[in-house]
Write a protein that binds this ligand. Structure first.
Ligand SMILES: *Cc1c(COP(=O)(O)O)cnc(C)c1O
Length: 388
C-alpha cells in the first residue's frame, strides 16, 4: 500500500507507540510491572545474564514501553527514565563531566539546574561558566580546550529567550564538547533537539507528558554517540523510576497532542490579548511577532506550549503580590504542564547576565485547559488590583 510510505500524523503515532498489544494478550495497554528480582531459568543464563530482563533497576516492560515511545518522538538511540525532571538534568551532567572539565551553561537555565551546577558540579571540580542565551555563534569564543558540555535550554526558563541551537551546537562540536538541551517547554512535538545538532534531549515529563500535576518523572534521550555513556551512568547511579509513575506518563502521552494543541491556542489567545491590556509593558511569548526571538522560534519550532510571562509596566513585589492575590482560577504554585492554570512571580536574582531591565515585575502564567474567557476575566481582576 502506498500509504505505508507516508509518515503518520503525530496523534496517530502517540495513540499506538511504545508497546505492542499482542505482547500482552491483546490488552491495549502494557502491564505495570512491579519488580526487583527477575528469575533465570538456569545457572548458565544467570551467569551470562543472557535474557531480556535481569533486574528491576535495569528496566522492565513498563519502562521499555515509555522509553521506546520517547525514542520515537525524539529520534534518539536510547532513553533513560528517572524519578524527576531535575534528575533528568543532573544525570547526564554527571555522565559527561569530570574534575578539571569546563561546562558552559545558559544563564537563563531552570534555577535548580543552576543550583546543581553551583554546588555539586563545583564541589566535584568542574569549572562552571554561564553564557548569554542570545550568544549565538559567539559561543565559539567561550569554548576552552577543557569544555566538555554546553548546556542549553530554549526558550529560557521564565523569560523565554530563544537560543540559536544549530549554531551553538556546531560551535560546541567544533570545540569537542557535547550539547545538552532541556526541551521541556516545547516537548518533542514542537521541537526535536537531535534534528538540530543536540546530542542529549532532557524532559521534565512531570509537565506536559504527565499532564495532570500528579506525577514526577524525567526522561533523557541520547543520540548514538552518547547513548552508551548515558546508560552506563544511569545503571551506576540506580536512579530508576517507580512503575506506576512511568505508566502514568505513557498514558499521558496518548493525549499529549490534543492537550498541547489546546494549551497552545489558549495561551496564544491570552498572550495576544494581554499585549493590549493597560498596565502590561511586555508579553514574553516567542510565538508573538513582538518577541525578539520570534524569527528563530519560527525557523526551528513547529508550535508553542502553554507557558509564558508578561511584565507589569511598573511596580515591584507589592504589585506582583496584588496581582497574584486577586486571582481566583489561576493557582499560585510551581511547576506547569497540568490541566489547570497557574501563576507565579518570577525571580531573576540568581542570574548573572540576563537579570533583565524590565520596568516592572515579571509574572509567569501557565495556561491550563479552562475556558479562555474565564481566564481573561481572572487576569483582568489581577491587573486591576496591581494598578491600585
Ligand atoms: C520543571 C522543570 C524541571 C524539573 O522537573 P521536576 O520533575 O519538577 O523535577 C526541569 N527543567 C525545566 C525546564 C522545568 O520546567
Amino acid at each position: 500500500m502506498a500509504d505505508n510510505h507516508r509518515k503518520k500524523g503525530v496523534n496517530t503515532r502517540l495513540a499506538h507507540m511504545g508497546n505492542n498489544p499482542r505482547d500482552f494478550f491483546g490488552f491495549v495497554n502494557p502491564p505495570v510491572v512491579h519488580g526487583s528480582t527477575v528469575l533465570f531459568p538456569d545457572a548458565a543464563t544467570m551467569a551470562s545474564r543472557s535474557q531480556q530482563y535481569t533486574y528491576g533497576t535495569r528496566g522492565t516492560p513498563t519502562t521499555d514501553a515509555l522509553a521506546k515511545a520517547v525514542d520515537e518522538l525524539e529520534g534518539s538511540a536510547g532513553t533513560i527514565i528517572v524519578p524527576s525532571g531535575l534528575a533528568a538534568v543532573c544525570v547526564p551532567l554527571l555522565a559527561f563531566l569530570s574534575a578539571g572539565d569546563h561546562a558552559l551553561i545558559v544563564d537563563s537555565v531552570y534555577n535548580p539546574t543552576r543550583h546543581f551546577a553551583d554546588t555539586m558540579l563545583k564541589r566535584l571540580g568542574v569549572e562552571v561558566e554561564y553564557y548569554d542565551p542570545m550568544v549565538g555563534a559567539d559561543i565559539a569564543a567561550l569554548m576552552k580546550p577543557n569544555t566538555k558540555v554546553v548546556f542549553t535550554e530554549s526558550p529560557a526558563s521564565n523569560t523565554f529567550e530563544i537560543q540559536d541551537i544549530p549554531v551553538i551546537a556546531a560551535a560546541a562540536h567544533n570545540g569537542g564538547a557535547i550539547v545538552l538541551m532541556d526541551n521541556t517547554w516545547a516537548t518533542p512535538l514542537y521541537f526535536r533537539p537531535l534534528d538540530h545538532g543536540v546530542d542529549i534531549s532532557i524532559h521534565a515529563a512531570t509537565k506536559y507528558p504527565a499532564g495532570h500535576s500528579d506525577v514526577l518523572l524525567g526522561t533523557v534521550s541520547a543520540n548514538e554517540k552518547c547513548w552508551k555513556q548515558l546508560h552506563e551512568t544511569f545503571i551506576t547511579l540506580g536512579v530508576c523510576a517507580g512503575p506506576d509513575d512511568v505508566y502514568q506518563v505513557l498514558r499521558g502521552l496518548r493525549t499529549m497532542g490534543v492537550r498541547l494543541a489546546h494549551h497552545q491556542e489558549s495561551a496564544l489567545a491570552i498572550a495576544r490579548w494581554l499585549e493590549g491590556q493597560p498596565g502590561v509593558a511586555q508579553v514574553l511569548h516567542p510565538a508573538l511577532p513582538s518577541h525578539p526571538g520570534h524569527a528563530l522560534w519560527k525557523r526551528d519550532f513547529s508550535g508553542s506550549s502553554g507557558i509564558f510571562s508578561f511584565v507589569l509596566s511598573q511596580g515591584g513585589g507589592a504589585e506582583a503580590h496584588a496581582f497574584l492575590d486577586a486571582l481566583e482560577i489561576f493557582g499560585l504554585g510551581y511547576s506547569w504542564g497540568g490541566y489547570e492554570s497557574l501563576a507565579v512571580h518570577v525571580s531573576l536574582s540568581d542570574r548573572t547576565i540576563t537579570n533583565g531591565s524590565y520596568p516592572g515585575p515579571v509574572i509567569r502564567l501557565q495556561i491550563g485547559l479552562e475556558d479562555v474567557e474565564d481566564l481573561k476575566a481572572d487576569i483582568e481582576k489581577g491587573l486591576a488590583a496591581a494598578r491600585r
